[in-house]
Design a protein around this ligand. Structure first.
Ligand code: EPZ
Length: 436
């Protein structure tokens, strides 16, 4: 298993390119199930999660071509820059079962449920099971489809859905915001008979990106970017070409890397409009983020880092996917900050690891009280999810001595060429291949 070794203490200087958003690319790839024609997605990031979904989609009969070449080697091939344009064609859905072995690797696989039932009238999708950051049930996905007329049973760990006469429009009101349920039902509703209303829909930029792609495929959706989506189902959708939006979580992570190392970075391709809450929280912490011709420039405004209180919330609030990285930053800020997690009940797996690096953090009642320390110290660390792992990389960039981040496969799920991007800006970071 690979590890990443970091010797901290070097300010990051230079520019880092921001890739296409993983959490937009995944549902966009799934949207290809809705049409027999070709969907072309540009700016697809080279990530393990993209390969996992590609594998699942090929089980359903999707033909994938990446930069003109088909086949797995294009997704996982060692090093090199991966193809960025993905063509997905599904003239025929050959199998409506999403098997456990693939779904358990990545929860986003459950997004195939709505499109498969909408197009084929049936689907059998494994329940994803537990997850390191929380229980993460999929009840809203299931209830929404039932409201649209699907008959759903849970059999042997699988969601078995049937709608032999197709799905019908419905009025769906979520009791709380769910990104995945909004995406699943928006895709299903695009091919349903009649009009579907989704109230309390998620408003994340990745949802709007998916909606725009569906529009380009012939869907009719009103209220994009709001909490109330109205989708008029169409008998069929067609092919389209769509550019995946830049990854706001990757951008936010590198913004915090600039801040924690007292560096000066340009994040090329990053969009300020998707990062409102992050820019304002970092501004309070003393980090300046200014637009440039190519993206965003990030550095400390006057050399200091101030402690700030942060609570995660659905978009446009502060993203849960940046909470761990923010905690590393606050670990070395001046003063005490309270970080409250409201989305996932168990998303503090990075805390014990940060403690091992000398951070001063106390957990209680869904919040972490972080008292800034003078310095962190390098240590061997590991985390059990993607964003927790990236928070340990940030801590390693500023810690004295060497930090060894284990279980790098978590990082490879969501950060493309992380060690290359960081070392190009002066960090002392290297990947140790196949460490014992
Ligand atoms: C998406 O997950 C992202 N994943 C997550 O990113 C992100 O943390 C999360 O949204 C919140 O922003 C992708 O986009 C692929 P939810 P999702 O449904 O859709 C509960 C990362 O690091 N819930 O908005 O699974 C759920 O347990 C990942 O890139 C139900 O109870 O998140 C959670 O507490 C991790 N029942 C809350 O809602 C349901 O049916 C929000 O989850 C659905 C969700």
């Amino acid at each position: 298993m690979d590890r990443i070794a970091i010797r901290g203490g070097r300010p990051l200087m230079g520019s880092i390119p921001i890739g296409g958003a993983k959490n937009a690319a995944l549902p966009l790839m799934v949207a290809s199930l809705l049409t027999a024609e070709t969907l072309v997605l540009r700016n697809i990031p080279h990530l393990a999660d993209i390969s996992t979904l590609a594998e699942l989609l090929s089980v359903h009969g999707v033909r994938l071509v990446l930069n003109g070449h088909g086949g797995e080697e294009n997704f996982d091939g060692g090093g090199g820059v991966a193809g960025r344009v993905m063509e997905l064609s599904t003239p025929v859905i050959t199998d409506t079962t999403a098997p456990y072995d693939l779904v358990r690797k990545m929860r986003a696989s459950v997004l195939v449920l709505g499109p498969l039932v909408a197009r084929m009238g049936q689907a059998r999708v494994s329940l994803p099971g537990g997850c390191a950051i929380g229980a993460r049930p999929v009840d809203l996905h299931i209830k929404g489809l039932e409201q649209m007329g699907a008959v759903i049973d849970l059999v042997d760990g699988y969601i078995v859905a049937n709608a032999p006469h197709g799905l019908k429009g419905a009025e769906i009101r979520f009791p709380f915001v769910s990104v995945g349920a909004t995406e699943n039902l928006m895709m299903a509703a695009s091919l349903a008979h009649g009009t579907t209303m989704i109230e309390n829909a998620a408003r994340e930029p990745e949802i709007s990106d998916l909606a725009k792609c569906l529009l380009a495929m012939g869907a009719k959706i009103d209220g994009i970017g709001t909490g109330r989506l109205v989708i008029e189902g169409q008998p069929r959708l067609h092919g389209a070409v769509h550019d995946v939006l830049p990854d706001r979580i990757e951008a936010g992570t590198y913004a915090m890397a600039a801040a924690i190392t007292n560096g000066d970075l340009e994040l090329t391709g990053a969009r300020a409009e998707d990062l409102g809450a992050v820019i304002s929280v970092l501004g309070e912490a003393g980090v300046s983020i200014e637009p440039t011709n190519r993206g965003l420039r990030v550095r400390r405004a006057n050399g200091h880092l101030n402690a700030v209180d942060v609570s995660t919330a659905p978009y446009p609030g502060f993203p849960t996917d940046l909470q761990a990285q923010m905690m590393s930053l606050m670990s070395v800020a001046e003063g005490a900050s309270r970080l409250t997690e409201t989305i996932f009940e168990n998303r503090f797996m990075h805390v014990p690891e940060l403690l091992r690096m000398g951070a001063d953090i106390r957990l209680g009642g869904g919040a972490a009280l972080v008292r800034g320390v003078d310095h962190l110290k390098g240590a061997p660390v590991m985390a059990t999810d993607l964003r927790a792992s990236s928070s340990l990389v940030l801590a390693g960039l500023v810690a004295q001595g060497e930090t060894l981040v284990n279980r790098v496969y978590h990082l490879d799920r969501g950060y493309e060429r992380l060690e290359e991007k960081l070392s190009a800006c002066g960090a002392d970071v290297r990947r140790i291949k196949n460490a014992a």
